[in-house]
Design a protein around this ligand. Structure first.
Ligand SMILES: *Cc1c(COP(=O)(O)O)cnc(C)c1O
Length: 396
């Protein structure tokens, strides 16, 4: 027998059965109009999910990390200056990638648990009179700490400084599950992957380029081959890739977009907020705190939960897997051992979430934490019931 529980890691996320089936398909000619019927709906659908009218979409066989590299290598040259805040493991890794590509990163160190400091971005941009900063990096949702940042505020910082730098946003754990507005926020490159909000296996880097980012390629001299968007664009014009595309994954992406749009993107986002709110009620009932420093920073796709001093939060993840066959996320980097993470994005219902909270409770009691069985589950149940009742009343 297979006893597969849902996963509560912040990606890869649970896959709806229909998406799994869509990925599993016979071989087709990947340089043919048949492939074009899979590819082009994906490109158009991703553009709609990014809330952009005109972004150029590129989908590489890769992961979110490859999306970061696509953004950097197609637009920048060695020695170019990049402004970035470091407030968690993912923003750290993007900075590390910049440095390995010989970019000059001006780092705004930010406590883990805080959001991107738009005011410090503004200060740095105003001080950069010669406009040597070419790009501002922003991690929309820091998956390591469960912190959502205000990208509109970063755009306002750029505008207030009248600075022409481009804005690149890592939306790997927000796009498709949290409000993301490429055009409204003036995002020049948006980066995501297939295995989070899109509910697919890992294997695709998904990026959107603004017109300004598309122009930057003319002067960018960082080496690129596999991730060259010019080769990709030429391929797309002929219903093809410059190499062999992962047809099954793209077919899955096409269905994923159809499912998201059938539910309604806004409804999908509201479902994420609702499920996340239930999790936060549970954390509260357990007497624990989130790593995110204040409510406006709370992520709707992942909660990083602090455990008491002297307790190793990683034990929760180990025991949950060993004794209950359930997956939660460990703390990364600076918060390793201090937090465990509950991923709550993608294909998830209230009932699935309650199972995750129930197991988390059992594990914490097993490990001797002072938590009452059922307390978090009841808090979430109460929230979900009340929210349902309110929705019903509103519909009448
Ligand atoms: C998961 C994640 C990544 C890395 O994506 P991979 O697909 O693992 O390469 C980057 N940024 C954020 C915010 C993420 O959550």
């Amino acid at each position: 027998m297979s006893f597969q529980n849902p996963v509560f890691i912040p990606g890869p996320t649970n896959m709806p059965e229909a998406i799994r089936q869509a990925c599993y398909m016979p071989t087709i000619d990947h340089r043919s109009p048949v492939f074009g019927k899979i590819l082009h709906p994906c490109l158009d659908g991703v553009r709609r999910i990014l809330k952009s009218e005109s972004a150029k979409i590129f989908i590489f066989p890769s992961t979110g990390t490859g999306g970061w590299e696509t953004a950097l290598t197609n637009t920048l040259s060695p020695g170019d200056k990049v402004l970035a805040a470091r407030n968690g493991m993912f923003s750290h890794r993007w900075i590390d990638m910049c440095q390995r590509h010989q970019l000059d990163v001006q780092i705004v160190e930010t406590p883990w648990g805080e959001g991107l400091p738009a005011d410090k971005y503004e200060e740095a941009l105003k001080a950069d009179k010669s406009h040597s900063i070419k790009v501002v990096l922003a991690t929309h949702n820091e998956t390591a700490t469960g912190v959502k940042s205000d990208i509109a505020a970063v755009r306002r910082a750029l505008d207030a400084a009248k600075h022409p730098a481009m804005l690149f946003v890592d939306g790997v754990s927000s796009i498709g599950s949290m409000d993301f507005r490429m055009d409204d926020w003036g995002v020049d490159i948006a980066v995501t992957g297939s295995q989070k909000g899109f509910m697919l296996p890992a294997g695709l880097a998904i990026v959107g380029f603004s017109d300004k980012a598309m122009k930057a390629i003319d002067t960018a001299t960082l080496p690129r081959t596999f991730f060259d968007i010019r080769d990709m664009a030429k391929g797309y014009a002929n219903n093809a890739y410059p190499y062999t595309p992962p047809v099954g994954l793209l077919n899955g992406l096409k269905l994923s977009i159809e499912l998201i749009e059938a539910e309604g993107l806004d409804n999908v986002l509201a479902r994420h907020t609702r499920i996340a709110t239930g999790v936060r009620r549970a954390v509260d009932a357990w007497g624990l705190k989130l790593c995110a420093a204040s409510p406006e920073l709370y992520s709707d796709s992942v909660s990083a939960i602090c455990t008491p001093k002297g307790f190793d939060a990683t034990d929760i993840v180990t025991v949950a897997a060993r004794d209950y066959g359930m997956a939660f996320g460990v703390g990364l980097g600076e918060v390793a051992g201090k937090v465990f993470r509950i991923g709550h994005l993608g294909s998830l219902t209230d009932a699935m979430m309650l199972s995750g909270l129930g197991v988390a409770e059992m594990v914490m009691v097993d490990l001797g934490l002072d938590i009452k069985l059922g307390s978090g589950v009841a808090a979430a149940q109460n929230f979900y019931r009340r929210d349902n009742a309110q929705k019903k009343a509103a519909a009448e």
